[in-house]
Structure formats: C-alpha cells, structure tokens
Design a protein around this ligand. Structure first.
Ligand code: ARG
Length: 401
C-alpha cells in the first residue's frame, strides 16, 4: 500500500507546493489538514479545494476556533501568560490544537507520517514534533522546508511549472502567523532591530495615535473565564473576538520585542493581540482583589514557568499539566466585573467589583468606620525586622574587629 502523509496545510504558497514536493520526494500520498483557529481570511472550503487542486488525495478541514478559544486561549488567560513578560503566546498555543487534529487525521486516513511547513530555525518545528511524539509516538515527522530543501524560489518555480492553483507573484516580505488570540509578524525589514515597524505591518490594530473616542467596557468573569461583555453573555471565542474588535480599534495590544527562541537565537517579532491583552489586563486586576496575597505571589511565578513551558513546546508535558491544576485551583474565586477604558493604545482598568472579593473597605479606609487596630503594627514590625536586625548587629561587630 502507498504510504500516506498528513500535512499541516495553511493554504499558502509553501504548504501548497509542499503537497506535490513531498509526493515527488517520498512517493507517498499527501492528505492536507487545515485547521481554523480563528485566523480569518479564506473559508475552509476554499482551502480544501486548493489542497485538492494541488494534488492532495484527501483534505481534512476542521473548524477548531471554539476548541482553540476554550481549551488553549482560556488556560493562557488564567495563567496571565506572557512569555518574557511581553508575548501572549499566540503561535505557541495554536500548535498543540493543530497537532491534535493532525494526529486525528493521521488515524482517520491511515497515515504514518506528519509533515509541517516550518523551517529548521524556529520554535514551531519543535512544538509540532514534540506534540506529535507525545500524542502519536508511532508517527514520523518530516518538514519539507527543513528536510527536503524546499526554498521559496524553488516553491515559486514548482508552482509555476505545475500550474498549481496558487498565487506566486504576491510578494509579502514578512512571515505572518495569526489566529484569534493574536498575530505575529517577523523577517524582512524587521530583522534590523533598530527599524521601527511601518504602518502596513499591522492588521488587527488601528494606529493608536489618532484614536476614536474612549471606549469603556465591562468584562464579567466566572472562575477566571470571561462570560459577559457589557452584560451580554459571551462564549470565550466571542469575548476574544469582541475585544479584538473594540481594543483593536483603539490600537491596544501592539508589542515589539526581541525574544529568546528555544533554538538559541534572539529574534525580533511584532505582535498584535488586542483581545488577549485587554483580557489579560482585566483578568489580572480581578485576581488582584480575589486571590489571597501569598497564593497570588506564587501564582505569578507559576504563570511565568507555564509560559516558558508552552513557549518551549511542552504543552502536553506532565509539568504543564500539574501547573494547570494549580492555576485552576487559584481561579475558584476569580469571579466578578472589571470595567476598563480602551483608548489610545491602552486598556486601563478603572473599576472592579466581586462577591468573592478580599478587599475589605473597613480595613482599608482612612475615614470613620476603620476597624483596623493600628496599635498592632508596632509589635508586628519589631518581629518582622528582627532577623535582619540581628544579622546587621553581627555585621557591625565583625567589621569592628
Ligand atoms: N516567535 C513566535 C513564537 O515562536 C511566533 C512564531 C511564528 N511567527 C511568524 N511570524 N511566523 O511563538
């Protein structure tokens, strides 16, 4: 029987050519797998037809946008996940859901190998292949760009020679990856890290310099998950989309960073994640009133480690699963409303309320009604500083000798 390979298919030039390229190099039949993670653009049907037109024997298309929002974006939100304090893991969280569908398609169509369009220099090859190894240990992996010398020039020549139904003339100098959680743009002019991004780079966000009137929004959460916007019930996917639109219109969520790739390279990336950044900001502020101090401090460390694991392709790892259990436990009381103003590139919280809040007005107030006994503070401070005071006494004693 002819060997079968499932290919992670985007509908773009490289993966369209990869269908025939893999076929010629390996003699295998190629099944294209296209997964909708809310990237917008062409319909799955258009993409399916193109895959078949480019020589795929079958096309598996899946609308995974709700699955992606519920099971990938929401855990990232609960973790307040920002790799290196900046990057909301846009591409990193999409790979595991695509991997799930690749493995499912491989089983359905009896494939032995999974192919993807990544280069040998990035994080995504690692995320795909570590994920495949974990969910389908018997499956092999192949990357035509990395393993079968499929360069851009060869891809264009191949598409023209075979008359593939794909545009070869549109020259986009950037490498772009996008989904509902955000958009990542790299390469080209951006590789000089002193170059400021030009306006044409952005798509999810309007320029914040000339913002429309301020937009005030109230986001309601239940156990860390957004459930309503301005009182209207929403699913996680709807919440992200609505905030992509409203925060995007205000230029919220533009990020320009040089980040540490897993493969040891520092690389420049421009991100736009208006919905994700507005949600993370609101969620963090709700945690500030609902999560106990020590739990909150520890959670920040856990969230950072979670982000590194996910960035590094360890979505399906035992440690990541254990950290999820911790994070979920912290979300028990993260229920309530956050009001924020979206304006001029910023999302600024100006009100919060929660039935499960730990904010105690009577303890906090400087006005009448104060229930805090200030006389307790003196003894507390004495003991709190005792250890350092004893050590400092020792320092003075030793230095004097
Ligand atoms: N640097 C990001 C990551 O590793 C995004 C990678 C994909 N970016 C792109 N522009 N193609 O998660």
């Amino acid at each position: 029987m002819t060997e079968r390979i499932v290919l992670a298919y985007s509908g773009g030039l490289d993966t369209s050519v990869a269908i025939g390229w893999i076929g010629e190099a390996t003699g295998a039949e190629v099944i294209a797998v296209a997964v909708d993670v809310g990237q917008g653009g062409e319909s799955l049907e258009t993409i399916r037809q193109r895959a078949l037109g480019c020589g795929a024997v079958e096309a598996y298309v899946a609308d995974a946008s709700d699955e992606f929002a519920d099971e990938y974006c929401m855990p990232a939100l609960k973790a307040n996940a920002l790799y290196q304090g900046h990057y909301p893991l846009v591409s990193a969280i999409s790979r595991p859901v695509i991997v799930k569908h690749l493995v499912k398609a491989a089983r359905e169509f009896g494939a032995t190998t999974v192919a993807h369009g990544c280069t040998g220099k990035g994080n995504d090859q690692v995320r795909f292949e570590v994920g495949i190894q974990t969910l389908g240990p018997d499956l092999k992996c192949i990357a035509p760009v990395r393993d079968l010398a499929l360069t851009r020039d060869k891809a264009i020549a191949f598409a023209e020679e075979k008359g593939l139904p794909i545009e070869t003339t549109k020259k986009n100098p950037y490498s772009i990856d996008q989904n509902v959680w955000g958009r990542a743009v790299e390469t080209g002019y951006l590789e000089d890290i002193w170059n400021a991004p030009t306006k044409d780079i952005y798509d999810y966000t309007a320029t914040p310099e000339f913002p429309p009137a301020p937009d005030e929004v109230t986001i309601s959460f239940e156990a860390g998950i957004p459930v309503a916007i301005d009182g209207v019930k929403v699913t996680p996917l709807q919440a992200i989309k609505e905030l992509n639109r409203r925060a995007g219109a205000q230029g919220v969520g533009r990020i320009d960073v040089v980040e540490d790739r897993l493969v040891g390279i520092k690389s420049r990336e421009i991100y736009e994640a208006p919905g994700a950044m507005a949600l993370i900001t609101a969620h963090k502020h709700l945690e500030d009133i609902t999560v106990e101090r020590e739990q909150a401090r520890f959670k920040a460390t856990v969230g950072q480690r979670w982000s590194e694991l996910v960035y590094d392709g360890q979505w399906f790892s035992p440690l990541k699963r254990s950290l999820d259990a911790f994070i979920d436990d912290t979300q028990r009381y993260v229920t309530g409303d956050i009001r924020m103003v979206l304006h001029g590139g910023q999302a600024i919280v100006n009100g919060r309320r929660s039935e499960t809040s730990l904010y105690d007005f009577d303890l906090a107030t400087y006005d009448t009604g104060d229930t805090f006994d200030q006389s307790m503070a003196r003894g507390f401070i004495e003991l709190w500083g005792m250890s350092a005071k004893v050590a400092s006494g020792r320092d003075i004693r030793v230095a004097g000798k």
